[in-house]
Design a protein around this ligand. Sequence first.
Ligand SMILES: [Zn+2]
Length: 206
Amino acid sequence: MAFISLQEAAGRLGVSLSYLRDLLDRVDRIPTVLDAEGADFWTSTTGVIHERDLRTYEHMLRHRRFVRLRERYADVLVEDAVLAIRPGWKSILEHVCDRIRWMPAQWSMRLRKAKEQSGYLVLGFEYDRDQPAAYNELERLREEIRLMSLAVCEECGRHGRFRYSPSRSLTLCDKHARLAEPVLPGDGVIADPASDGALLSELPHD
Ligand SMILES: [Zn+2]
């Protein structure tokens, strides 16, 4: 049975070592890494994985880069569209793309960017700025998607809620809540970081 180091695995997958470690953590595969007893997963240089696991990770990376979605919706995405969100929001992304397909052709609407910011999904578009109706429709769509994303785990797509964290506020399900840990006072109270802004500033800081 062949084993390869994490470093080599990262190289063959075309990602950095820290990205690969992060991926293994997210998908609960840290226990599949073999290492000396007591070695720390995050800093050890001697950890190895089964070479055959590379295929699994290749598949995960394609999923995370939305390779198939980019092909399927090539008509409504700008070339090299930035899709900087985790796979749990894929269905929301598909919803956005479907909505664009129904927009009037003269708007020349294309999705340019989808990224996570403060725990919710923000969108960027390219379109004909001489079409005032397009702007109004976009504002509605942006807010609808923002609110939708605040109820869906960005990691897995199950029902989630906003997690208020000092390092990284995210919308996650109970299973993935650990990705936003530790959380701050106010976690579980704040459902929408944008509309609960006043509440945020009233919370105790220590
Ligand atoms: Zn989840």
